[in-house]
Design a protein around this ligand. Sequence first.
Ligand SMILES: [Zn+2]
Ligand SMILES: [Zn+2]
Length: 684
Amino acid sequence: MRYADVVLPVPLSELFTYALPASLEHEVQAGCRVLVPFGARGTTTALVLRLHNQAPEGFTIKEVLSVIDTSPVILPQQLTFWRWISSYYLCTLGEVYKAALPGKMKKEKHEKAGTTRKRTQGTLAAADGQGGGLALAEAMAPSSTLDLSPAQLAAYQSILASWQSHPVCLLHGVTSSGKTEIYIRLIQDTIARGQQVLYLLPEIVLTSQLTDRLQRVFGTQLGVYHSKYSDRQREEVWQRQLSAEPFPLIVGVRSSIFLPFQRLGLVIIDEEHETSFKQQEPAPRYHARDAAIMLAKQMGACTLLGTATPSFESYYNARLGKYGLVALTERFGQVQLPQVEVVDVAEARRKKLMSGPFSARLLEAMRQALDAHQQIILFQNRRGYAPTIECPVCGWTPRCPHCDVALTLHKRSQRMTCHYCGFTTVIPALCPACESPALSQHGFGTERIEDEIATLFPQARVARMDLDTTRTRSAYEALIADFQTHRTDILVGTQMVTKGLDFEHVSLVGILSADTMLNQPDFRAYERAYQLMAQVAGRAGRRSERGLVILQTRNADLPIIHQVIHNDYEQLYAMQMEERRQFAYPPFVRMVMLYVKHRYVSVADALSRDAAQRLGGLFGTRVLGPDEPAIGRISSLYIRRVIVKLEPALPIGRVKQLLMQTRDELLSQPTYSSAQLYFDVDPF
Ligand SMILES: [Zn+2]
Ligand SMILES: [Zn+2]
């Protein structure tokens, strides 16, 4: 009798063994999916890892019901990668399986893979009509090599030289230095060698702007893999990558690291500092940049990290000599870096020079830009209309019934909404506590700023880019296209407007308030604030004229403001790293966060105390907590956490074994069986 060890898309750590009926014995290989009975009466798709003849003992064995694939959908080297993710990020192989495969490939009913593959070519071309689609119909032959500026050429050559000794290279290039042209040249080289390229982008940046550009160069060699595409489209890319003619170039967001690559030669991680590379929920809580570096290593490929504002982790590795480092300090076409002017909001308010969220200086600069037919970007990192609503009589504030946060007022929809769980309710006509009729609104979200501009500059065409206006890919792309073709004058938005988009006619960028970013209770707050401000500032400036950035803050004296003004990343890095060394934060230690969640505060408290005590017994003073995070309850679950700080020299395999063991022991206690307990390795 033959048996199959399979992994199921469930968070269970063990593998399952099923018997193979004689009729299926010759139809199945490792890496194929099969349908198996699971649970009380149900069935599920499972992935075969191994076939063997050893009958398992001690339980009745069930049979595989049918075989879904005629050939493997997972390649052996992928499985090696899955195992690394599961062990490094402390999750099960089943959780990796669940995250890796497009939804449709995990469902119970399947067509035979062969039929899907036959369809592939046709549907790919059809998908193109949707804008920046999958494979790209109008491709002639790919266009010839483009010209690089002397600075770009020097960087390109330095990268090649660096790869001789370091498989990972960090390209630190100022905003608008033309990193994309360098990427294109490197991609062309790799494809010419018959190898594949993975071009990884953070979620939000994947716009038609970049895909159109790559399409013009690479035509049908380009495949796009993105969570906003349908399951069917993603499955088609997956199947194509298994075929004899896979896409040589894949552009995708974090989940594209799971695609089957047959001969990966180069991984490019653009905007490597972006936090959206980290998967937060559910497991595996992986960092796509770090995982992609491992993927490249396992497949013998080179990696290029690109950014204007390197993450401290990557910069640290480069300074240590673990990564190569190439700097590109010149903006393309001799465009100067913008001039940054600081407005002290506290002082402006005293002098009555503020009009709502705008300083007199910002309004003046906006007027000048509009008069000169130039465009403006305004950055405010809060969506909605007003972040705080309050009864002026009794002080009542609406709060989310499921989370420990205040509700944000959204004026267009006439609702108050929780930005954590999505709870939404109508705005009450009277204060529910004292029945006073008028509630007051405090603070400015992007929606309210859009309204204010309409009052102050009635002639200007304003658009808003935030989570509320970009629910669909087409809405997002339309906003970008309108701004790019100057159908809008002012673009107001959250951090979405800071991302690597290039617009030709932006002369002014306004950062309405740096303070919420600076006041985050997080050791990465300054690193992130700098990245956001430097990135959004980088949107200003045109060929003919130096751009202007007006930065409004109550913290004008902080060194970080000075560092933004002078584009002094080195000084920021030196100061912040000194603090991290002193207070033992990454990259000087490896952080593992243990999270506990439960419906009852008493259980969350007891379990987190128990966990901290047990871990303290194992790791001593490396364990901190338990404590309550800044938001202690989300979606009706109380959250507690325990921080474990580990020196890089500790044997990490053994440490992780102990962590998982502690978790299993705690969850096996009946009082805790309904609790969630998980680890977040290298948390963000
Ligand atoms: Zn009241
Ligand atoms: Zn909520």
